[in-house]
Design a protein around this ligand. Structure first.
Ligand SMILES: Cc1cc2nc3c(=O)[nH]c(=O)nc-3n(C[C@H](O)[C@H](O)[C@H](O)COP(=O)(O)OP(=O)(O)OC[C@H]3O[C@@H](n4cnc5c(N)ncnc54)[C@H](O)[C@@H]3O)c2cc1C
Length: 441
């Protein structure tokens, strides 16, 4: 029986997988102790194989879970992750306003191991030998693969005038990957004087989370209002206009946060000085310099160097990995799949989409392992909630359907909230909890 039909029949009949195929799994948990836990992975589905995944973020964690959940115990999944856990970027703007602590955004890979039987390896992959089909790790070890999935997220470019990534780490955090830079940015906001200015720069699209920078401007402006009176947020956008949710963000900039957010589109950065915290840019042919109490430059982004070294970056701009969106297999190197922000598709670079791509990829890989072809008509959806104040939010959602003529995922429906409301704000937390639990537990 088709796996999806089988799964939905079981769900519809109210029969949980625990009762379907209960078994005991013993493995090391993240604390190092052996645990014995019931887990809902089916036994023999007739599919077997070994899949290696690099990166246990939104895309990689979801993929690891669903390969086991849908593929059964015959499908061995090894997840390589360099960090000790995962910190969600989603909701990390709320760390800046003190509404969330970084620790609240932390997720363990323990459930993937203990509940689904994923093999977790801690380590950084430093090279891919595509001819020999093995990975090289930072500790010098190697790992062979049959099929490989890359889900490593993004790297960040230096901006003109910068010489090292350390400038982001220590002086002018981009905080576009949640972690120590997010805390540094929060600390800098706390320390800035009332009446100061926060400068946020936005790179040209495509970048991770299209509404994210505009959301950040709103969250920071709202916080400044009550905590640093007289302060301003200057937004220097490399794009000619607000990239998404234009009506909602224009309303936020011109009404809700009027007089606090100064939005400047079409700005090309020519120099960033991390010592004096100043930015020089051109707009309409004129060169302008602005100084900041807190400088938050969000840099242009690209797939990590690991993929460049493996010859996988074949998007038109050469910065991302183009894939066949029926299976997320690279169009450059057979047997290697790329999901999440590192891939080049027509879908936004977003955690919700990374989760969706992982499921399409899992389904396709399992079909391929079972001697079938991938689903010829996949559908994905994305959702983004954006806090506008400490109690209101907007949302944007899109549905993408496979279009055979262009061999791409075509936007079939785009919806946005009419305004920022407190109901949206409450729904945002429900959506976030559901998405993260679908990915990590
Ligand atoms: C402020 C902000 C707000 C956001 N809000 C939203 C939102 O509301 N909705 C939404 O859908 N998206 C949102 N996003 C975007 C979302 O966070 C990303 O699109 C998503 O995390 C991408 O998932 P990924 O798996 O591709 O990468 P990541 O989640 O970054 O995961 C990559 C993982 O790979 C690991 N890794 C990298 N290289 C290696 C290596 N060489 N070896 C081993 N491991 C490696 C990393 O440690 C990491 O755990 C937001 C982003 C930001 C910055």
């Amino acid at each position: 029986m088709d796996r999806r039909k089988f799964l939905s029949l079981m769900a519809a009949s109210g029969v949980g997988f625990m009762t379907l195929s209960p078994r005991i799994w013993a493995d090391d948990d993240e604390d190092g102790g052996a645990t014995a836990t019931l887990f809902p992975v089916p036994g023999n589905t007739g599919i077997s194989g070994h899949i290696v995944i690099v990166g246990g973020g939104m895309a990689g964690a979801t993929l690891a879970k669903y390969l086991r959940l849908w593929g059964g115990t015959g499908v061995r999944v090894t997840l390589l992750e360099k960090a000790a856990g995962y910190t969600s970027n989603i909701m990390s703007n709320l760390v800046l306003s003190g509404q969330k602590g970084l620790a609240e955004l932390g997720y363990s890979h323990g459930t993937l191991v203990n509940h689904y039987g994923v093999t977790l390896m801690r380590g950084e992959v430093t090279a891919i030998d595509t001819a020999g089909k093995f990975l090289r790790l930072a500790d010098g070890s190697t790992l062979q693969y049959d099929r490989l999935v890359l889900a490593p997220g993004l790297d960040f470019d230096l901006l003109p005038g910068m010489v090292s990534q350390g400038e982001y780490d220590n002086a002018i955090p981009h905080a576009w990957k949640a972690g120590p830079q997010t805390q540094l940015l929060r600390d800098q906001l706390l320390a800035m004087p009332a009446g100061g200015s926060v400068v946020i720069t936005i790179p040209k699209a495509p970048y991770r989370c299209p509404p994210g920078p505009y959301e950040r401007a709103c969250v920071v402006a709202d916080w400044l209002k009550s905590n640093k009176p007289g302060s301003k947020v200057v937004v220097l956008d490399a794009n000619a206009d607000i990239v998404v949710e234009k009506d909602n963000f224009l309303h936020a900039f011109n009404q809700t946060h009027a007089g606090i957010i100064d939005y400047r589109p079409g700005c090309t950065l020519t120099h960033v000085d991390s010592v004096s915290r100043s930015v020089t840019y051109t707009q309409n042919g004129a060169s302008v310099q602005v100084g900041a109490s807190v400088l938050n430059p969000i840099p242009p982004q690209r797939a990590p160097q690991l993929l460049a070294d493996a010859g996988l970056l074949n998007s038109p701009d050469g910065r991302f990995a183009a894939v066949n969106v029926l299976s997320y297999e690279s169009t450059q190197v057979a047997g290697i799949h790329v999901i999440g922000d590192a891939s080049h598709t027509t879908q936004p670079k977003a955690g919700h989409i990374a989760n969706q791509q992982a499921k399409v990829c899992a389904d396709a890989m399992l079909r391929l392992l079972g001697g079938q072809q991938p689903d010829p008509a996949p559908v994905t959806n994305s959702a983004c909630y954006s806090p506008i104040t400490a109690a209101t939010a907007t949302w944007l959602s899109g549905v993408y359907q496979y279009d055979a003529a262009s061999a791409s995922m075509k936007l079939s429906k785009l919806s946005a909230s009419a305004s920022a409301t407190s109901k949206n704000y409450r729904d945002m937390h429900t959506w976030f909890g559901t998405l993260m639990s679908d990915s990590f537990s």
